[in-house]
Ligand binder design. Structure first.
Ligand code: G1P
Length: 276
């Protein structure tokens, strides 16, 4: 059973300045819903009910979002607008939200390590990077697909997708042998390689299932690309000492960490939201 999902959400969101000067990038909305709520809904749908959020300075809006706003609810009680809060209210009632801060921006590996206090080190857990917005319009969500795969293989899993060779420098990139349709046994993994040094064009997308031994491996991982502690490097050790899978998920992914991807997601949701 995987019941806990970690959300690294401490980054500055510099690509969205000035919008993110005083507002967390995870609170940027696609239509009327903030990015992080899409992630929490995906985790909930996958069976998680503990949402462990790694925040930082200036991120209080996230904490407030996943809490009741009595004044607001009192104001709109009995009006048609009340229904706009139904989804978020359901999450608040069904999940426990826990928080800790990453004090310094030392990389995704460090952010995940900070989550140890929230998710514990004796059970597997999920990780969602909320600016990778993933949907599967005609089937089960991406995280749930990964949890089902975890139940079969019981090892760490990273979501992957094929990207253009020109784009590999933006991602962690894996190489491995396909052991079943869309499932790769990872034997190499490089964080943001130049295109001529990339082991493949299979890029890691912001969905992970991690087994708890990852914390010990992070402790012994030196700083990597850009002087930051990279989860990709810790996972490579795990792949070499044990087993890590790459999973080509079913569904669509929007890179909402970039303005182009954000606009693409906005247009997509505007056209496809059923109640519009
Ligand atoms: C992070 C990871 C990278 C992964 C990417 C997915 O990079 O370090 O391996 O491919 O997320 O979005 P970031 O985009 O935070 O720089």
């Amino acid at each position: 059973m995987i019941s806990k999902c970690l959300f690294p959400a401490a980054g500055y969101g510099t690509r969205f300045l000035p919008a993110t000067k005083a507002m967390p990038k995870e609170m940027l909305p696609i239509l009327t819903k903030p990015l992080i709520q899409y992630g929490v809904e995906e985790a909930y749908e996958a069976g998680c009910n503990v949402m462990a959020i790694i925040t930082g300075r200036g991120k209080r809006a996230i904490t407030d979002h996943f809490d009741i706003s009595y004044e607001l609810e009192h104001q709109i009680k009995g009006s048609a607008k009340e229904s706009l809060l139904t989804d978020i209210r359901k999450l608040i009632n069904s999940c426990t939200f826990t928080y800790t801060r990453q004090n310094e921006m030392k990389g995704l590996g460090d952010a995940i390590y900070k989550g140890k206090a929230l998710v514990g080190d004796n059970e597997p857990f999920a990780v969602i990077l909320a600016d990778d917005l993933c949907i599967n319009p005609n089937g089960i969500g991406v995280l749930r697909q990964m949890i089902e795969l975890y139940n079969k293989y019981r090892c760490s899993i990273v979501a992957i997708m094929e990207v253009d060779k020109k784009e590999v420098h933006k991602y962690g990139v894996i190489a491995g042998r396909e052991i079943e349709d869309g499932v790769f046994l990872v034997d190499d993994m490089v964080e943001k390689p130049e295109s001529d040094k990339a082991p493949s064009n299979l890029a890691i997308i912001g969905r992970y299932i991690l087994t708890p031994d990852i914390f010990k491996l992070i402790e012994s991982t030196p700083a990597g690309k850009n002087g930051e502690l990279q989860i990709t490097d810790a996972l490579l050790t795990q792949a070499k000492e044990g087993m890590v899978l790459g999973y080509k998920f079913e569904g669509k992914r929007f890179d909402c960490g970039s303005v182009d991807g954000f606009v693409e997601a906005t247009n997509y949701f505007y056209q496809n939201e059923t109640n519009r």
